[in-house]
Design a protein around this ligand. Sequence first.
Ligand SMILES: [Zn+2]
Length: 318
Amino acid sequence: MSADGPPQGAKAPSGGSAAHEVASVGATYIGRFAPSPTGLLHAGSLVAALASWLDARARGGRWLVRIEDVDTPRCVPGAAETILEQLAACSLIPDEAPVWQSRRGDFYQQALDRLVARGDAYPCACSRKDIELALAGQGRSHERHAELVYPGTCRHGLGGRPARAWRFRTRDEIVTWQDRRLGPQQQDVGREVGDFVLRRADGLWAYQLAVVVDDGLQGVTHVVRGEDLADNTARQILLQRALGLPTPGYLHTPLVLGANGEKLSKQNGALPLDLRDPLHALNAAARTLGLAEAQGPVTHALGAWQARWRDSYNRPGD
Ligand SMILES: [Zn+2]
């Protein structure tokens, strides 16, 4: 078992799971930054890193880093180590050794087993082509972010076809939550997304399941991340409820836009952070968060932003 394996004495996912017990301890703030090592930190991802760090520090909480390398074919070898070096160069140091999702498959399997036992997950035999044909047969060609809304073909059995993936069984309900920056949010997951994938046909764990299980196991109380991830929140809340995990608070931070007006990413020219001048990079991230520029050294600037963050981003009930 790796260092990230289940703790000694962790119980099987029946009744009160280890995940539930860890997550329900106390009211201590625990935040996290969870980069995917599909590339290095750039100006956009530093905004989420800085915001999550400031929010944790401003509340006297703990700040964790989790390497979200569950989609292994997309990960760049060595990128995770470099991301940790980039964070360290910006004096953003996690309070615990980072965990790596690629080493935590046992936890995700336990959670899937639990969902299956509850009737909240079921196997799916459909290929993308099958789903397209089923949607066309229903007179629906609706696409959402190029993702097809699953038509529910395998909800009542596989009809003798081999299982490819596992899906979460959505109910007829609208999920609502409060985002500290975006305000009240809602999504009808069943209608807008459909029964979503938990384990992919290629055997890899889906982002949604891994995030929810890890936030629960790590006792994360506050999620601070980029606004491009806000759309995942309703699915994650459904999974938290099904797994008996508490729902953290949410704050989705502004995105840095690339020259083409879209979210800054490797694909539209984001450059890795220039570690020769971390204060310059941090000042740019701070401006995106509405914080005034601060003078060096870096630790002094971080302290100044922390005080301003405490004044501007903390409202009662957040
Ligand atoms: Zn199916």
